[in-house]
Design a protein. Sequence first.
Length: 395
Amino acid sequence: MENAALLKAIIENAIDGIITIDERGKVESINPAACNLFGRLPEEVIGNNISMLMPSPYRQEHDGYIDRYQRTGDPHIIGTGREVVGLKKDGTTFPFRLAVSEVQFSGRKIYTGFIHDLTHQKEAEERLKEYAAHLEELVEKRTHLLKDMVKALQQAKEEVSQSLEKEKELGHLKSRFVSMASHEFRTPLSAIQLSASLIEKYAQGFESANISKHVAKIKNAVGNLTTILNDFLSLEKLEAGRVEPSFSRFDLVKLAEEITEEMQIVAKQDQSIIYQHTGISSMIKLDQNLLKNCIFNLVSNAIKYSGENTFIEFNTEINDESCIITIKDNGIGIPETDQKHLFEAFFRAHNTGNIPGTGLGLNIVARYADLMNGTVDFKSSVNQGTIFTITFPIT
């Protein structure tokens, strides 16, 4: 009795539905879980054919399963599990997994069906399918978008390639033009310079201040044009990547003294260039031509932007760590708002007025110094002068 009571309690409290039927398919018992699943009371089911809990076409097929099993021994669903559909009292259906077993009891066969509701599982599977379909749709859209982007990038690449090719052609044209213009302008400028010198020589006997004045203007104009041509030619070579430093050992003091002597000739009236060297050694390994161009440019600027009766300090120093070149003037200085653009090509400070210049000199100086692993720094205040410093590491 205790075992029977325990078995009844287990069946009554089972989570899954449990139904027993006889050999003719009539329901003999149904537990509360099964009643809840089908939405029926026990008395509505017990005594009726189990097919009442099945929708078409399962209802018509069920009796045939039992009859075939009894005649042929083919279990079909007996002893196995399968997914089927149940019919609730309100006419709705739900999926469940059915496992049927055969029990011999009191000389007769009883079939027990164990019903596990699959409603939530199927809903989850359906949501998963919808999500997968949504993902596939997103992937397809992204794939199309990616293909369009790749196509656009390819088109942009072709356009950029064409633009670069045109820019390259323009660069070659510019290079040829600069070289040609430099050559073509240099020849007449040399002739003008020579003629001005001859006029100055032949006019010495006349002692005419006007002749000397105008000859000086001609020479000054020729010098300005030559400087402009040199700047453009240097920039063109830098842009084309044709400037390669050639390092060699030379006497820095000797070079600085030669530059001082040359620049003193073109200095303004009563301008004095004062040169001084610090250090035991005077030998340095750099590109002499590039360095000379840098110093010429900075000293020329000091002359140009300083007034008459001023001093220009030109100092060199060689120590164990570096070579330092300093040019200091007492000129107009550089406005603070312009200083951040000072080394940009074609930039000129707004206080230069009518003083001639291309705005290329300092850009060329910085790039030449960089080619020799050097750096250019400066300090400047308006009307207080400017100090330029080029520093090269000793290697």
